[in-house]
Design a protein around this ligand. Structure first.
Ligand code: 6GU
Length: 240
């Protein structure tokens, strides 16, 4: 079955954008996933086709109208009742590899892309929408965030990646950063590929990679070490 994405946006021409290239682009051509970009403005009803208005209470910028978005969302919920409806917003819940795996295992996703200062909060109260953020920084709109989420899902679809990594090996699947990589030449600018990786001893290689994954995670992402430790303490096997 085709994994289907429906995007609600004021900029449908931004899709598939980079996802029309490389791995995702080939998979799109092969029908492994499909994309529909819907123009939110088509659900505006006034003669100026307005989708936003000034913020209640005052302040900078404009807010996307609940009435216009409500009609756009109802259209996608009717046509794609099976797919979860997400809204890209820096106020959303943080995107994780676990959530990406859940989405990739489903039938697809409908994604509302916010623009301007935000979306009228009543939309989230009145419709089953999951707000999602891709990190602690502010983008000018949800479109780049939606492309990021889609890329993370698409690479997990069956037939997209040549040799899929096992769950344990990949970054974040184990709760750690992935180990560092090396290739030829064996010496470059006086630096050699670590001896362990040239040993041909698979147990030694695995042990070195595990140690480096832990060491690098400790240095770069101490927040992950804290969570990894908690998860291991919760299950006797140490698996997550
Ligand atoms: Cl999902 N949208 C916007 N506009 N900014 C973001 C974001 C999303 N995630 C992080 N920053």
């Amino acid at each position: 079955m085709t994994w289907s994405a429906t995007i609600l946006t004021l900029y449908p021409e931004m899709f598939p954008g980079p996802l029309g290239h490389s791995l995702a682009g080939r998979a799109l051509g092969e029908g492994i996933w499909s994309l529909e970009a819907v123009q939110i403005r088509d659900f505006a009803t006034d003669k100026h086709r307005s989708v936003d208005d000034t913020p209640a209470g005052g302040g900078a910028g404009m807010v996307m109208r609940a009435d216009v978005l409500g009609r756009a969302v109802d259209d996608v919920l009717t046509r794609r009742p099976d797919a979860p409806l997400l809204a890209m917003t820096p106020r959303g819940r943080p995107l994780t590899q676990a959530f990406v795996r859940e989405l990739a295992a489903g039938p697809g996703a409908s994604i509302l892309c916010g623009r301007f200062e935000g979306i009228d909060e009543r939309l989230f109260e009145a419709r089953p929408i999951v707000p999602v953020s891709i990190g602690d920084y502010v983008l000018s709109g949800g479109e780049m965030a939606a492309l990021t989420l889609l890329d993370a899902c698409i690479r997990l679809l069956p037939g997209v990646m040549g040799a899929p990594l096992s769950g344990e090996e990949e970054s974040f699947e184990s709760g750690l950063l992935e180990y560092p990589h090396y290739t030829r030449p064996q010496e470059w600018e006086g630096r050699t590929v670590p001896e362990e990786l040239r040993s041909g001893n698979h147990a030694k290689i695995a042990a070195w990679r595990k140690a480096r994954a832990i060491e690098d995670t400790r240095l770069r992402r101490p927040d992950l070490i804290a969570r990894h430790g908690d998860a291991r303490r919760q299950s006797p096997s140490g698996a997550q």
